[in-house]
Design a protein around this ligand. Structure first.
Ligand code: KG4
Ligand code: ZN
Length: 351
């Protein structure tokens, strides 16, 4: 059974994992979140340095925990796009060096393909084709997946990503970084119907609204305006109600538009992945609404929603099974379309 060593360093989590077709054998993660929290966001230079320090120890740990030596694995994989270039370079160079040293194939992985595969790290693959709602710090997209490697984007955010919106609103409420978990905690016990925040509909040039594109920047502005009004009125901010009302509208919009998209495209399975998929209010809404509308749904296991290397290993196994490997000279790129991810396995490097 093929085993892959996978590395993830695209943003502020350093991670290594050993994955086989049977599941995750070992996974280790070093989060830099606390260090970046001081600055209110990720500082690229600090991220690269911390990856460089953390990765060797994480690789050693997954080897120890899995009992698998590098000689016994079948391939090495690393995230190569999208992300912070300096951060990606650390994982990519380490991955390619290990692959060359141990004469194993190397696979460069598209980070978003990793997120898509996170949904079947535990359990069966969802039926193909299916619809994926991918909601992370950098992306909010609806993707039709015909098979691993064949994707079509059906919807997207026109401005901020959902996770980015959580992060910005958390900063506005003085709740710290990363915003998603902070807002979820602050919302506990809050009244989600107290404030009616806008659902961010996207106008079409010929009138009407886009059925399933998202817009989150107006929502952030509306929360800001509400906070200023409340501050001017004096007294402590009703943080729990603000957080709960905000969290509810994001979850409702995401679930509502995803289900509409699935119905319109005749896709009867909806899969939700990415950091924001960890949100419990969103998960509850998905369960209620999808079941009510007869759409089969699944959401990535909580442990694999935010960035990790296991999902990168899962994506690498899919590519390996399709007979694909990357050239050892493949570089990294800040951005690259997911729809073109096949190019990472072309004979000559695409970047
Ligand atoms: O997938 P991810 O770890 O990294 C990217 O590839 O971007 O997603 C991180 C994002 C952050 O914006 C964070 O605030 C959000 O996911 N997030 C959450 C929750 N946990 C993380 N948003 C809402 N609720 C959560 N529980
Ligand atoms: Zn991610």
């Amino acid at each position: 059974m093929p085993a892959v060593l996978a590395l993830e360093t695209s943003c502020d989590e350093s991670a290594a994992a050993l994955v086989t077709e049977a599941g995750v054998v070992a996974s280790a993660l070093a989060s830099q979140v606390e260090e970046h929290a001081r600055w209110g966001g990720v500082v690229p230079e600090i991220a690269s340095r911390r990856h460089l320090e953390a990765l060797p120890g994480l690789i050693a740990r997954v080897q120890r925990e899995s009992g698998l030596s590098l000689a016994a694995i079948d391939a090495v994989a690393a995230t190569v796009t999208p992300g912070l270039v300096g951060a990606l370079l650390v994982g990519s160079v380490m991955g390619r060096t290990l692959a060359r040293l141990h004469q194993k194939p190397f696979l460069g992985i598209h980070h978003l393909e990793g997120h898509l595969c996170s949904a079947w790290l535990e359990g069966d693959r969802p039926p193909m084709p299916h619809l994926v709602l991918l909601v992370s710090g950098g992306h909010s997209e609806l993707l039709r997946v015909d098979r691993p490697g064949r994707y079509r984007r059906l919807g997207r955010s026109r401005d901020d990503a959902a996770g980015e919106c959580f992060d910005k609103v958390a900063r506005l409420l003085g709740l710290g970084y990363p915003g998603g978990p902070a807002i979820e905690r602050a919302a506990l016990g809050g009244d989600e119907r107290r404030f009616a925040f806008p659902k961010g509909r996207v106008s079409l040039p010929d009138g009407g609204f886009h059925p399933y594109d998202f817009s989150f920047s107006g929502l952030k502005t509306a929360v800001g305006r509400q906070v200023r009004e409340l501050e001017q009125a004096g007294g402590p901010l009703p943080l729990a109600d603000l957080a709960a009302s905000f969290q509810a509208v994001v979850g409702d919009v995401l679930v509502e538009r995803s289900l509409r998209c699935a119905e319109a495209e005749g896709l009867d399975t909806l899969v939700v992945v990415g950091g924001v998929a960890a949100n419990r209010r969103l998960r509850e809404r998905l369960r209620e609404q999808a079941s009510a509308r007869g759409i089969d749904w699944r959401v990535a296991p909580l442990a694999w929603c935010t960035d990790n290397a296991a999902m990168i290993g899962r994506a690498a196994l899919e590519r390996l099974a399709a007979g694909q490997t990357s050239p050892i000279t493949l570089g990294v790129a800040a951005r690259f379309p997911l729809e073109e991810a096949d190019a990472l396995y072309a004979e000559s490097p695409c970047f």
